[in-house]
Design a protein around this ligand. Structure first.
Ligand code: TYD
Ligand code: MG
Length: 458
């Protein structure tokens, strides 16, 4: 039996040290080291071996031609949106981290996932947060088949694994990883070292036994799951469950996926019977204005494999601060600052004495640069207090020299907008079809920011 030994890891960058020290030499952060367990290696030189599944057997060098590539075995869960985000179903032996704000619906999603797997796969739901009675009540309300749903209320990782080894579930949910702790560490449950060590044990268990594991992780105030990046590196896939508190729509996004595409979106609606899938979400992120309002622009984004119509809102207001505010919700803050500089330099519109707030409706996050042009149009519209033309959509990347660059899948985006009754589209020239019309929709092809601004000036 190998003796356990502790080492220290930086919560910020993941660098490891054998002794505690105040500052991390690798990233320079202070007071970020916390304790974790390493297994003393049997090797005579006394080198420490990390507790990783890869180190279990003695390793030797082989050419890849000699390695039989394993095709991953997948199980379709039966929830189309979740299957798609996972890259086509749940991969055997994979560890999937599901992160999100408290109350967003992670426990509901995973209970429904196990319900959908039903009797096809032996499953186990380990809860450290809710009592078995609470889970049973929820499952009943969700109308799930109760017989195949098997639960365990336990937080000690050693005992969880003991139960799993006896019970042999093929899919395991740990809700949540922050409540799980190991006897080998003295740190409090929920601390980075406990979370990291417990997750490492579960990852090893998943790889050794081929069990698929879902880990629920609460997002901290800073937006990371229990110490930035610590868990993300260990697992095969990271899914974030997002949504606006007031809205019933929830978006599941693959942030990392070793078995599929990232940025794939799954859309759900939360109702009194739990989460319902939204198979055709393209227009749900538009707010229903009866008349065009200043500061609102509609874009066609293509996060994942589907086009989505999304509304961007801007509020530009005289600032009383020496350093006016730039707030971007659902978009990147630095990108907004850059776009405002381009608007000034190449559009001749100065907002340096104005507070600028930009928000993507529906609580979804838009990461692609196709949002650049609609963001600037929304800002301009708010600044001038004049609505954009009715039934207008726009997309396009804005370059630093004021050029409008094309984005992928332009024609597909345009067709989606036309289907939803939009009448005018301002798009990069290279994205525009030869005919400047799709159905009823007129297409304005632009190459420079100034042309786009002229197109909405009328
Ligand atoms: P939950 O899955 O407990 O969130 P998390 O595990 O991410 O903390 O979801 C809790 C919220 O979802 C709660 O505010 C109530 C709401 N909810 C519904 O609206 N309908 C339902 O059928 C269920 C089960 C939950
Ligand atoms: Mg929960």
């Amino acid at each position: 039996m190998a003796k356990s030994k502790t080492a220290y890891v930086c919560n910020q960058c993941g660098a490891e040290y054998s002794k505690w020290q105040g500052q991390c030499e690798s990233c320079g952060a202070w007071n970020t080291l916390s304790e974790f367990v390493v297994e003393a290696a049997a090797a005579k030189n006394g080198a420490v071996k990390r507790t990783g599944y890869a180190g279990a057997a003695e390793a030797k060098i082989v050419a890849l031609t000699e390695v039989a590539a394993e095709a991953e075995t997948r199980v379709r869960i039966g929830m189309v949106e979740l299957d798609r985000v996972l890259g086509g179903g749940l991969v055997e032996g994979s560890v999937v981290l599901v992160g999100g704000d408290p109350g967003i619906g992670k426990s509901t999603l995973l209970l429904q996932t196990l319900g959908a797997l039903g009797a096809r796969l032996r499953t186990l739901y380990v809860s450290g947060e809710e009592s078995l009675a609470q889970i049973a009540a929820r499952a009943q309300r969700l109308g799930l088949p109760l017989a195949p749903l098997r639960c365990l209320a336990e937080t000690c990782i050693e005992r969880v694994i003991e139960h799993a080894q006896k019970d042999k579930p093929r899919a395991l949910v740990i809700d949540s990883i922050q409540t799980i702790w190991t006897e080998t560490l003295t740190a409090a449950p929920g601390s980075v070292s406990q979370v990291r060590e417990s997750a490492a044990r579960l990852v090893r268990y998943a790889k050794e036994t081929g069990t698929s594991i879902f880990l629920v992780g609460h997002v901290t105030k800073e937006g990371g799951i229990a110490g930035p990046r610590v868990l993300e590196h260990m697992v095969d896939a990271v899914l974030y469950f997002e949504g606006e508190s007031g809205s019933r729509f929830r978006v599941l996004r693959a942030f990392k996926n070793r078995f599929g595409a990232v940025n794939e979106l799954g859309v759900f609606a939360m109702g009194d019977k739990g989460l319902r899938e939204v198979p055709n979400p393209s227009a749900i992120f538009l707010s229903a204005h009866s008349a065009p309002t200043p500061g609102s622009a509609v874009m066609v984004t293509r996060e994942g494999t589907r086009p989505l119509l999304v509304e961007v809102q801007a509020l530009v207001d005289q600032s009383s601060l020496g350093n006016p505010r730039r707030v971007a919700l659902g978009l990147e803050q630095n990108r907004l600052a850059m776009l405002l500089a381009v608007l000034h330099r190449h559009g001749g519109i100065a907002v340096y004495d104005q507070d600028v707030f930009v928000n993507v409706v529906g609580g979804i996050r838009v990461q692609e640069t196709a949002a650049d042009l609609p963001v600037l149009l929304a800002v301009l519209s708010s600044f001038r207090d004049r609505p954009l033309p009715d039934k207008l959509v726009a997309f396009g990347e804005v370059g630093l020299s004021g050029e409008i660059r094309p984005v992928p899948n332009g024609e597909e985006r345009l067709r989606e907008a036309a289907t939803h009754g939009f009448l005018k589209a301002i798009v990069p020239k290279a994205n525009a079809p030869k005919k400047n019309k799709i159905g009823e929709m007129e297409i304005v092809a632009v190459e420079r920011l100034s042309e786009a601004l002229d197109a909405v000036a009328g």
